[in-house]
Ligand binder design. Structure first.
Ligand code: CP3
Length: 358
């Protein structure tokens, strides 16, 4: 570890953490997935000079881009550490490249279940200490302005990238594996789960104040498949993190599960032990609240495409959304990441409207 001083500045804005714990808030907290991203010219300027994974691996650069959206948008109530979910497959020994316009590419994806044995589980988290360093540095540089969120990909989502070799519209190879090699699939999901638990504990130890698990490929799963290949691992991650933080005498941190396209199994997600459930825009806020109940915080869920509308329309849609969710146990966000061509003023309209609503 490069950065070891954990004596962090006091937190001045705890709306996000209050909402996650179910405490009263003065205003609804708001942040945006991919808020440090390509829609920001200052992010593009950093990327023009540095490769994507170099930014992830250099704590000073990761810290700088994490802070960029906070400098521009005064209404943001959280930051999320700049990194990527695919740093875990890298730490297991796989090569991942980020190709402009194409997204992540694995030159050598898993082609046969036997190759699971080649993954280097031992020491994987020690190869991710640069994420911990970025978190610790950012906790100092952020000066307690807002909380810092850490994150990971969920086992099924990571496995999908490792088998497909990148993003896939059909996930045809992964689905073939689910049918043909269920034993190997569960072995790989268990391996990823163990690494993820230790990785999240390391992030909390480094200063992350909330942890979000991205099950971004849940839209490819049926409810039955979600129950078999996603939910048990998500549950194990949640309880494993609590247990290890306890064992290490570390403070507990609230956790969020975001299963994109997981509207088919909100009732199952409500049983996994997470304080917050993230919703994509296909889910109706009032229906979601009925299914999930009153004791879990909801996060979401404006369609990122709505940010291409006029600022007035964005304000109206945002206020309607906040009204539908209500002030209690709610964190405003988009239903997925902000997209690269989003006009800068859309974020102003969105974040301001959240704070003005109710
Ligand atoms: O939210 C934040 O501001 C923190 C940063 C963050 C990134 N990736 C930065 C990023 C987070 C939380 C992620 C998570 C991530 N990465 C997910 C889960 C969230 C989701 O979108 O469902 C996934 C599936 C990935 C894998 C990944 N990384 C893909 C599919 C892509 C390409 C798609 C795209 O938007 O281009 C990336 C690249 C990536 N990750 C970028 C950023 C800012 C853009 C690449 C660039 O700068 O060139």
């Amino acid at each position: 570890m490069q950065y070891t001083n954990k004596n962090f500045p006091a937190l001045k804005n705890d709306r996000l953490l209050r909402a996650a714990r179910g405490d009263e808030v003065d205003k609804v907290p708001v942040w945006v997935m991919r808020q440090a991203g390509r829609y920001l010219p200052e992010f593009q300027a950093v990327r023009a000079k540095h490769d994507f994974f170099t930014v992830c691996r250099t704590p000073e650069l990761a810290c700088e881009v994490t802070l960029q959206p906070l400098r521009r948008y005064e209404h943001l109530d959280a930051s999320i550490i700049f990194s990527d979910i695919l740093v875990i497959p890298q730490a297991l020994g796989m090569t991942v490249e980020m190709h402009p316009g194409l997204g992540p590419v694995f030159p050598e994806p898993l082609k046969d279940p036997k190759e699971i044995n080649n993954l280097q589980e031992d020491g994987a988290v020690s190869r991710l200490t640069y994420v911990g360093d970025a978190i610790t540095l950012t906790r100092h540089k952020i000066e307690g302005k807002v909380p810092l969120i850490g994150f990971t990909g969920a086992p099924f989502t990571l496995m999908g990238y490792m088998i497909e070799g990148g993003g896939s519209k059909t996930m045809s190879k992964t689905k073939e594996w689910l049918e043909k090699y269920p034993k190997d699939i569960h072995k790989l999901l268990s391996l990823l789960t163990r690494v993820i638990i230790d990785y999240l504990v390391m992030q909390a130890e480094s200063g992350a104040q909330l942890l979000q698990v991205f099950e971004s490929s849940a839209d490819h799963l049926t409810r039955e498949q979600f129950m078999e290949f996603s939910a048990p691992y998500l549950k194990e991650i949640r309880s494993g993190v609590t247990q290890k933080l306890n064992n290490n005498k570390l403070e507990q941190v609230p956790m969020t599960v975001f299963a994109k396209g997981g509207g088919h199994s909100l009732d199952i997600q409500a049983t996994l032990g997470y304080e917050t459930i993230g919703l994509d825009w296909t889910v109706d806020p009032i229906e979601a609240r009925k299914i999930i109940g009153a004791n879990i915080t909801l996060q979401g869920n404006l369609d990122p495409q709505d940010l291409y509308k006029s600022p007035e329309e964005i304000r109206t849609l945002t206020k309607q959304m906040v009204q539908n969710f209500g002030k209690h146990r709610y964190i405003a966000n988009l239903g997925h990441g902000i997209t690269p061509q989003t006009p800068l003023e859309s974020m102003t309209a969105f974040t301001e409207a959240v704070h003005e609503a109710l």
